[in-house]
Design a protein around this ligand. Structure first.
Ligand code: MN
Length: 202
């Protein structure tokens, strides 16, 4: 996984790789304004404020997630999670699906793309409280789905994270209110499988 380095002791708020309205109607510009512009920005500001004198000043974000504890870990984990999350979307597409080696790996691990989507949606819908559902690759390249609570990331289990759905209420409440499963079902339209395949190729 590509490492995210601090610049002069500070991590930057990632730039969205699409226009704020590009994901509509699946994710509104309004939700992005809060989710990226307020929630993620707060995690970045909180981590940057805690870095001086912590011993983590010059460390890649991914290493902070593996080594830090408490509030430092929570903020670093949420930045890593959201960078992967916001980086994986594109404008809505009908019949959006992976191709090539990634599609084959999904079939090998889950039986079919539809069976994978069903298992992933279940992981997202049944995660109690706040957290993340993830598709990751293990050391042998085999794909697995995990549920991670709060700010946790699959790198903490030695997995390589490929794709994720944020099930914190701030990810969907403005657009879907309490209908988390409806939000998760809609997200399949905007997954940028080229980005996920690039993460899978490493
Ligand atoms: Mn979030």
């Amino acid at each position: 996984m590509e490492k995210t380095m601090p610049i002069e002791g500070k991590f930057e708020l990632m730039a969205l790789p699409y226009a704020p309205e590009a994901l509509e109607p699946v994710i509104s510009a309004n939700t992005l304004a809060f989710h990226h512009g307020k929630h993620l920005a707060a995690y970045v500001n909180n981590l940057n404020a805690a870095l001086p004198g912590s011993g983590f000043e010059d460390m890649p974000l991914e290493d902070v997630v593996l080594k830090a504890e408490g509030g430092m870990l929570n903020n670093a984990g949420q930045i890593l999670n959201h960078n992967l999350y916001f980086g994986q979307f594109c404008a809505p597409k009908a019949d959006n699906a992976p191709t090539g080696a990634l599609a084959q790996a999904i079939d090998d691990a889950f039986g079919s793309f539809d069976a994978f989507k069903e298992a992933f949606a279940k992981a997202g819908a049944t995660l109690f409280g706040s957290g993340w559902a993830w598709l990751s690759a293990d050391g042998d390249g085999k794909l697995v789905i995990t549920q991670e609570p709060n700010a946790a990331n699959p790198v903490q289990r030695g997995l390589r994270p490929l794709m994720t759905m944020d099930v914190w209420e701030h990810a969907y409440y403005l657009d879907y209110q309490n209908r988390r499963p409806d939000h998760l079902a809609a997200l399949w339209q905007i997954i940028n499988w080229d980005v996920v395949a690039a993460r899978y190729q490493g």
